[in-house]
Design a protein around this ligand. Structure first.
Ligand code: GLP
Length: 244
């Protein structure tokens, strides 16, 4: 595992975008696993800037997003589909037919989970998975639990996650209570993982994930078992690491 310490959010975003752009240049038809949330927004902005300069070409890139709220339609401005379209897809030359996100409108959890696992399998797996981390150590929407989930599944969001994500909604009551997420097994089968983390409120989750025991109660701790993880975090997020 390689840990890069950035001085702030902007530097973190630039470094992370460098890793993604290297992947796209090395393998133009690569499969990018993409994430939502405030952590990767700056990374996407940087990629868009480089695309506009002519330095990046997304025409053959394929994508698979980590997760989606259950019950939200694509045109809902809180859906992760909407997020991806607004923050990345509409600004670059990606073919929308090559983008994949769990379908939040499918009420049948078993069917949607099986469908999405097949989508990822048919893509041949993920080359580079971008990840953020929740304050409780969740990755994707894999919440702390007694076991690591393998494939895509529907999760009940924890009260702390609903609380953390309510900032994007009119009120906590408007935050969906369930979501579809790739499983830990799928995330761990990505060839390379890029974790971006910013801010003091993530310091404990990051420390527990990278230095604590490997346990499903801290889902991010499984990353210690992956052979190719790059962590790009800012000083505030790395404040508990005394050796860095
Ligand atoms: C959300 C998303 C995760 C994200 C995390 C942190 O609930 N499902 O994929 O990594 O929580 O979000 P943020 O980057 O906004 O802090």
């Amino acid at each position: 595992m390689r840990i890069y310490k950035a001085k702030d959010y902007n530097e973190m975003s630039r470094k992370a975008a460098n890793v993604i752009s290297a992947q796209v240049i090395i393998k133009p038809d690569c499969v990018l696993g993409l994430a939502t949330g405030s952590s990767p927004i700056g990374t996407y902005q940087q990629l868009v800037e480089w695309y506009k300069k002519g330095d990046l070409d997304f025409s053959q890139v394929r994508t698979a997003n980590l997760d989606e709220y259950k019950g939200l339609t694509r045109d809902n401005d809180q859906s992760y589909y909407y997020f991806m379209y607004e923050n990345l897809f509409k600004h670059v030359n990606i073919d929308m037919a090559n983008t994949n996100i769990p379908d939040g409108t499918n009420p049948d959890s078993a069917a949607e989970s099986a469908r999405y696992d097949k989508v990822v399998a048919d893509l041949g797996g993920v080359d580079l998975q971008l990840l953020g981390i929740g304050r409780n150590g969740h990755i994707g929407f894999n919440e702390p639990d007694d076991a690591f989930a393998k494939g895509t599944h529907c999760v009940d969001l924890q009260p702390s996650t609903i609380e953390a994500n309510k900032r994007f909604f009119a009120s906590a009551d408007d935050v969906p209570k369930q979501a579809y997420t790739m499983g830990i097994g799928t995330i761990m089968s990505a060839k390379k993982i890029l974790l971006v983390v910013s801010g003091a409120d993530k310091a404990q989750a990051l420390y527990d994930s990278l230095r604590g025991p490997i346990t499903p109660h801290v889902p991010g701790s499984i990353l210690q078992l992956h052979k190719d993880v790059v962590v790009v975090a800012d000083e505030a997020a790395l404040s508990l690491f005394t050796d860095l």
